[in-house]
Design a protein around this ligand. Sequence first.
Ligand code: ADP
Ligand code: MG
Length: 647
Amino acid sequence: MGRIHILSDNVANKIAAGEVVERPASVVKELLENSLDAGATEIRIDTENAGRRLIRIQDDGCGMLRDDAMLAFERHATSKLSDVKDLLAIATLGFRGEALPSIASVSRLVLETRAEDEQTGARVEIAGGKLLKCDEIARPRGTMISVRDLFFNVPARKKFLRSDPTELAHIGSLMTHYSLGHINKRFELYHEGRELLNVSPVNTLRERAFQVFGSELMQDLIEFPMRTFDVRLETDSTPFTLEGLISGPHVQKLNRNSIFLFVNGRLIRDKVLLHALSAAYHNLMPPGCYPFALLFLNCDPAEVDVNVHPSKTEVRFRHGSAVHDSVRDVVREILMESRPVSKIPLAASPIPQRRMAAPVIQRAAALPFSEYSVITEMDEAPPVSEMPEVSEGGEVPLVDVPAAPPNPVRSWPMSGASSLTVPAPSARAGQRIPDTHGALEGLPADWERVDSLGALADLRPLGQLHDSFIVAAGRDGLWIIDQHVAHERILFEQVLRQRTAGNVEIQQLLMPIVLQLTPGQEFEYARIADELNAYGFETEPFGQRTIAIKSSPAGVGPGDIEKIVFEILEIAESEFRSASLDEIRRSVCATIACRAAIKINMRLEPKKIDWLLRALAACEYPMTCPHGRPIALRYSTKDILKSFHRI
Ligand code: ADP
Ligand code: MG
């Protein structure tokens, strides 16, 4: 007799459960998706013992016909697909017909359901995959599924579960984010009678986010209405839409736990989209930091393959790199437009807040973990040693700086002035901005709006603090600007623009600079000599492992040229192989800008301060330097008033 035999359904279901049902939150996810697929508008989940003892979901969806209620527990039984060609364009969250049999094989499950046009409903009871009972019952339309004693027959799995708070946090995070993905439905989550989430249907994402997160977090977020963009393919193009909430670059998370991506209503974890998002924040945030983001990407279901992984949390785009670039560009555009500004951190206000009472943050939203992030956290969180170091600008010896000795004002490259379109001071009718920005007129109507750097163009410089920071009065408060990073941003955008247009301004060196390379550097040099040339570093080989540099980008001091070229060779070694052209260019431009920018501890003449502020205001993205440090802090008039107890 042969040694191979077909596994029984029960064994096959348990194997499938290994992939689909990892923990209580995976059960919640599958049941939640089923209820959403059934068109439910109200979904309630009750849990006990962090989902181990009980997960019960109730919905008001279409329900199941009596015969179907039994069939649903057969392997590969689904109402959502019938033909293999349906797989090419899946519009429902489920389609594999695996979840119910898998869950039923590792728990004690009771299903109660009634379809709209049936008189009586059905009750099915299954334990460890064995059908125990099937009765007719009376019940309202919709479905209720109770999953008890999860993994009662798989002790090994039980051991892998984490602590109750962790497992509960996974459930909470999942429910919270599905509620953000389906704003027109009611979601309720309870744990042993305690309400964790309860949100009623609303019309806008902003309202739902407000329900879930409360007003505090909302202040840091940029909400953007739906953008439509065409992903261009060789012959035609296909429309995508993107909408959501993203944080400004001053919100810097150390892992991707706060990034939630939905593709056609499905919460997924996708490397292409995660990377696109990081790329959008490239040069706005330090490396190794991540934003908060809640993004909803919608497209023709045929554009995305969701049948990649049993738990359906991964997708594959048909045109991955085109989608990547479009998403990156849209998010970057939104960041450019909104220009959020960093606030001067305030000590907790001692006076009672008079503002509109914010809803209590939903407990589920405050739970610390998410199913999706834990995995990315393990995969991708950078080790602590890789975290960005505070670089030079961060080490200003504020206390020890002598009170402004008459330093000679070092002249710093103004070459940028020629090629930057710096607008005239914007004071109305071309006059200087008056000494004050006018008397305090009532408070702005909309306290909750995201602050904008649009006001930069109106700043009136008051002076320099420790020859390092520019202090300026603005229409909406007091501003402090780090002169080094501000200039860095100006130069960065200038060099990047010139590089993209292929017209980097160069300066010829009187004496070529000769560099000695290591074998590794020589290899990189051979690969990127043309790219170096495009940035204005005209070089030529000069004997064994030596090169001569004959020109450099305008404005770079001779002392910095050698360092920049070595840094670019280093970027070449570490990044050129994997990074996209866009990222490489940005890294190189950031290096040039950092070296060429004015330093701190440097006295600036008033007209240079003026120039710097106007050039900064003309930047596309004046919030952070290319390495992600903030450029400007604002002490808003509102906060000043609050601190003086005037409001
Ligand atoms: P899939 O969702 O991949 O189809 P499942 O095993 O999750 O597979 O569910 C099997 C079938 O049971 C579904 O196709 C659907 O017809 C039915 N079903 C499951 N849950 C519900 C529900 N809450 N309301 C109505 N029908 C449901
Ligand atoms: Mg399903």
